[in-house]
Design a protein around this ligand. Sequence first.
Ligand code: GAR
Length: 222
Amino acid sequence: MRQAEKIRLVVLISGRGSNLQAILDQAASGELPVEIAAVISNRPGVLGLDRARRGGVLAVELDHTQFADRPSFEAALIDAIDRHQPNLVILAGFMRVLTAHFTAHYRGRLLNIHPSLLPKFRGLHTHERAIAEGETEHGASIHFVTAELDGGPVIVQARVAIHPGDDPDRLAARVLAQEHRLYPQAIRWFAEGRLRLDGERVLFDGQPLDAPLRMENLSPRN
Ligand code: GAR
């Protein structure tokens, strides 16, 4: 791995936080050059907040139901994030739709993980829909967040086969195992300065990607 300065990271969650846990583990072991400044959940009392506290990370509850509307919630969220001056903000199972104002504020330093091979299956219930549509493969994507929901430029994907007779829970579990490899990888690249958003394109090592990187094709040195 290349030497990299630690970047300051803020993680937004809404629930279980298993992706957060993968990142906490790699940050603690030194594999990931990040300092996790805060974990913020729009839902109080969720497991991901406990995971943050157990990892010695500031856990912040910002209950969106306590705000009159989306803009006032987002103003408070921006305030809660920006007090930590993060280099990178990531959505890790954060289940609120974000306005164009929010996504513009963090443009180029906001990543999301989505459980499908984007642009397929934006939105919810991706595993059920992939099975129902007779897909033979499925997976997860990391993308830069732009104003379009699940529509920003994709950086890297991991694929899993859909087996005959698969059910959504089993498929979701296999995809999730890949997610836990995918997010740390993308964050490491960002921390190493290898990843940039240039207009609507992703630059990787300074070169535009004409297709998302594929996790299964990466050499261990990546
Ligand atoms: C993950 O599968 C993530 O890809 C998905 O929520 C789950 C969160 O799990 N995100 C979305 O659907 C975003 N549209 P986790 O809380 O255990 O990391």
